[in-house]
Design a binder for this molecule. Structure first.
Ligand code: URA
Length: 259
């Protein structure tokens, strides 16, 4: 590889500045910091700006950029809010749903309705808080409904494909250790092809080089709250906990088993 000395210097300066980001102002003479910054801004300002901003700042910038999105004019017309995502910008675990429902559209936050409350319980039983993980959808706007119809509709493959690059950028910023897709539509949105959940769940798939677990959507459990279906989702979450290297108690291992 042929690295030019100037590029090498820029790269070293970038690393040095990234390392200095959280260090006290006085830890390097002001003049030295300024020369590093001058060197970097000469060549690689955009890359360095991204590298030296925190994940929270980068997510906020993406959110601001998205708020002007008009890629799906029919959704823009009907949305109350873009539902960007919520949680820990440093999350090791990221849940991906299909699209906001009416509660999410009104509040601008994913998974706040009944299915979301069940998801929050699942997250807590796993030993996390909702604020430890990151929650987002493939589609960031609520799928529009004919006037007078309040229910939800499945996002189309075209809508999901249009919005997917935003989710990919969220994943690139957060860098979670693994992803969980909630339901067949989320899986279809991620992989770009329909899946049979009965076959896909409980197995590791790959998305953007990251391990992706498929499990049932919490709304499915609300419709079918049998012990056996809850156990299936729970077994999927046990696989996720194992992958993350989280401790699992004997009590946790036994949840939703028939007595
Ligand atoms: N269902 C989803 O897939 N996402 C939400 O945000 C809420 C319900």
């Amino acid at each position: 590889m042929n690295i030019k000395p100037f590029d090498q210097a820029v790269s070293l300066a970038c690393n040095a500045l990234a390392g200095l980001r959280d260090s006290p102002a006085g830890s390097l003479p002001r003049a030295s910091r300024a020369s590093l910054e001058r060197l970097v801004s000469a060549k690689a300002a955009p890359a360095v700006a991204a590298a030296s901003r925190s994940k929270a700042e980068r997510l906020a910038a993406l959110h601001a950029e998205m708020s002007h999105c008009t890629n799906c004019p029919h959704l823009v017309k009907n949305r109350s809010n873009i539902v960007f995502g919520v949680g820990n910008p440093q999350a090791r675990l990221m849940f991906v749903g299909e699209a906001p429902g009416s509660d999410e559209d009104l509040q601008g936050e994913p998974f706040v309705g009944k299915a979301g409350q069940l998801l929050t319980k699942i997250i807590e039983v796993m030993g996390f808080q909702r604020t430890d993980v990151y929650l987002a959808n493939v589609l960031k706007c609520r799928p529009d409904m004919p006037p007078g119809e309040g229910d939800n509709r499945k996002p189309t493959p075209g809508e999901m494909a249009t919005c997917l690059p935003y989710l990919i950028r969220q994943i690139e910023i957060i860098e979670p250790q693994c992803l969980v897709a909630l339901g067949a539509t989320a899986m279809e949105g991620l992989l770009g092809k329909p899946v049979v959940m009965r076959e896909a769940r409980g197995h590791w798939h790959t998305f953007q080089g990251l391990p992706l677990m498929a499990t049932y959507h919490p709304a499915y459990l609300l419709h079918k709250p049998s012990l056996s279906e809850k156990r299936k989702v729970w077994e999927d979450m046990l696989l996720v906990l194992e992958r993350l290297g989280e401790p699992i108690s004997t009590r946790q291992r036994g949840f939703f088993l028939p007595k």
